[in-house]
Design a protein around this ligand. Structure first.
Ligand SMILES: [Zn+2]
Length: 227
């Protein structure tokens, strides 16, 4: 079990990674971790996620009200607390605007194509939540109906949010979503997308079950006509 300080340091490390990989620009993006039912660590608002130190991390209650810390909590804290309220299995949330996946979110195309075995094995696919104004209740309201279906989501005309049992899992899911989007876009530009067959997918599901891979799996077979 990580200490309070280690968790704050890990949030900063993930902030550096999302910034270094161009998943956010300027002060965008936010990261949180649920310590207990009524204690959530969150990144502060108005700070580049690439240049945080543990002293900047804010502690809020389950409603997103600041309990400890000098800075204001993330402007998207309403979305984070809403995810924790609806998904008790989730301990960490990462939100960013990785350019390729966000391009799909702007185009209104969910990342739900059965094309890559590792994505089918883990996430299945990535559904698209309808647009909601950032920082308001609209955003979580659009996301709530999808929360039971997946662990990663596109937010229309906005970005991506990923969930995990810990900070690294939520972060790795963000990496996977952007990587998936880039590969899919490349195949589209090359002019041909070969989908995995039903049989391919069934075998992957068996492997997933045998390996005991946990997490929600969004049905990627829905997206054959998404392009
Ligand atoms: Zn955002």
């Amino acid at each position: 079990m990580s200490t309070y300080f280690e968790l704050k340091a890990q949030i900063c490390e993930i902030g550096r990674r999302v910034y270094a990989r161009n998943y956010v620009a300027s002060n965008a993006g936010n990261i949180s971790y649920k310590l207990s039912e009524d204690e959530i660590l969150t990144t502060p608002t108005g700070v580049s996620k690439g240049y945080m130190d543990p002293g900047m991390i804010v502690l809020v209650d389950r409603k997103g009200k600041r309990r400890y810390g000098e800075r204001e909590p993330s402007s998207e804290i309403k979305m984070h607390v809403s995810i924790y309220a609806h998904r008790p299995d989730v301990r960490a949330v990462v939100h960013a605007h990785p350019p390729t996946a966000t391009g799909f979110a702007v185009a209104g195309i969910p990342l739900a194509h059965c094309v890559l075995p590792e994505v089918v094995l883990s996430l299945g696919g990535v559904p698209l939540a309808p647009y909601g104004t950032p920082s308001t209740e609209e955003l979580p309201q659009q996301l709530i109906p999808l929360l039971e279906k997946a662990d990663a989501f596109l937010l229309a005309n906005h970005g991506v949010v990923t969930l995990g049992k810990d900070l690294l899992q939520a972060y790795y899911r963000m990496e996977m979503v952007e990587h998936f989007a880039l590969i899919l876009l490349t195949a589209k530009q090359l002019g041909k997308i070969n989908f995995l067959t039903k049989e391919n997918i069934e075998k992957l599901k068996e492997i997933r079950e045998a390996a005991g891979i946990k997490g929600k799996q969004f049905d990627c077979s829905l997206c054959k006509l998404c392009f």
